[in-house]
Design a protein around this ligand. Structure first.
Ligand code: SAM
Ligand code: SF4
Length: 330
């Protein structure tokens, strides 16, 4: 079986597909409140195009395909998209990243279509703070949606929290307790500078080390087995709980050397690095008559140009094209 490797020997087994760039929220760190033009539904990759791209990636070693966005559950044909990915025999794991707002309605359908596990974003449990950060979201829907996902067999569940000084930095223990008491894991993510947030990112930036020392006063944390896995999080076991606490440190602790992923944007372009601007139009190839074999060749060729690392700093982004994280799916 072929395993795609980049020029630094990193094995690429993980594909993140942004199935839509639109979202029903406008989180302050991810999107501006206005000036965003979303891809028209007719220009998004169709379920069948997503299926063909997944088949090609699976031929060269992809085993995990994450469905992300924008908000994937705003796509009316999301079950069809998931079913096409799930139909690819080599794909073993299909997690979804969602803000959870539509999970109550969609949990059963996406579980039946093939979703295995979910990451749900919660930055605050306080209704008014949640509404402010997301510019309008209702936390009670998210909580009910996560319960529905767990009942539908979507498991494990991970909560993603973007650390923000003075916004949720006083709530870290409560967020961890909410997650751990229900058997979920939680990951605290350092806020990354993008073109849309670079003006205020330095004021909000809260380093993961500080979050860890706050949490260590409440929980006994031990570096978990596989604590530093192939993914970006550094995970800790927590005494008395099954779920773990993880930290994702794009600024304070670069993890590019263990990167195992590539991304596809909602308009079908392969992006080798979240903060690398080079993209390859895979869906354009398909629409011009290309097939699976051409896609595989393009994947092999493109992966050699995966950048070694990003060069983010507090208040300094390293991509000219990444305006909102929703364009690419995080
Ligand atoms: N809408 C879904 C959600 O919110 O989970 C999926 C897409 S969202 C772009 C994926 C992840 O990116 C979320 O966990 C979100 O918190 C994270 N994210 C967005 N902008 C970010 C930023 N500037 N820094 C760090 N994480 C960010
Ligand atoms: Fe939407 Fe997710 Fe971005 Fe929030 S983080 S605006 S929910 S895509």
């Amino acid at each position: 079986m072929e395993q795609l490797q980049d020029s630094l020997g990193r094995r690429i087994q993980y594909l993140r597909i942004s199935v839509v760039d639109a979202c029903n929220l406008r989180c302050v760190y991810c999107m501006p409140s206005n000036r965003l033009v979303f891809t028209k539904f007719s220009k998004l990759m169709s379920p069948s195009e997503i299926g063909t791209i997944t088949e090609a990636a699976a031929e060269v070693g992809t085993r995990t395909v994450r469905i992300t966005g924008g908000e994937p559950l705003t796509r009316p044909d999301i079950e069809d998209v998931i079913a096409r990915v799930s139909a690819v025999p080599q794909v073993e794991d299909i997690p979804i990243s969602t803000n959870g707002i539509y999970l109550m309605e969609k949990a059963d359908a996406i579980a039946s279509a093939g979703i295995t596990r979910a990451n749900v974003s919660i930055d605050s449990l306080k209704p008014e703070v949640f509404r402010e950060v997301t510019r309008g979201g209702d936390i009670s829907r998210v909580i009910a949606g996560i319960d529905a996902a767990a009942s539908a067999g979507i498991w494990p569940i991970k909560i993603n929290t973007v650390l923000m000084k003075g916004v949720n930095s006083d709530e870290l223990v409560q967020l961890a307790r909410y997650s751990l008491e229900r058997g979920y894991s939680i990951r605290f993510i350092e806020m990354m500078p993008l073109k849309s947030n670079v003006d205020f990112q330095p004021q909000l930036f809260f380093p993961a080390m500080r979050a860890r020392s706050i949490l260590e006063k409440e929980f006994r944390l031990t570096p978990g087995e596989g604590g530093i896995g192939s993914g970006p999080a550094v995970n800790y076991d927590v005494d008395g709980y099954e779920g773990r606490i993880g930290f994702i440190t794009p600024l304070s602790g670069n993890f590019c050397s263990r990167c195992n992923r590539v991304r596809i944007t909602s308009d079908g372009r392969l992006r080798m690095c979240l903060f690398g601007d080079d993209m390859v139009d895979l869906v354009g190839m398909l629409r011009n008559g290309g097939g699976r074999a051409e896609l595989i060749e393009k994947l092999r060729e493109s992966i050699l140009f995966k950048p070694e690392r990003h060069y983010l700093e507090v208040g300094k982004t390293s991509s000219e094209t990444l305006y909102a994280m929703s364009q690419i799916g995080g």
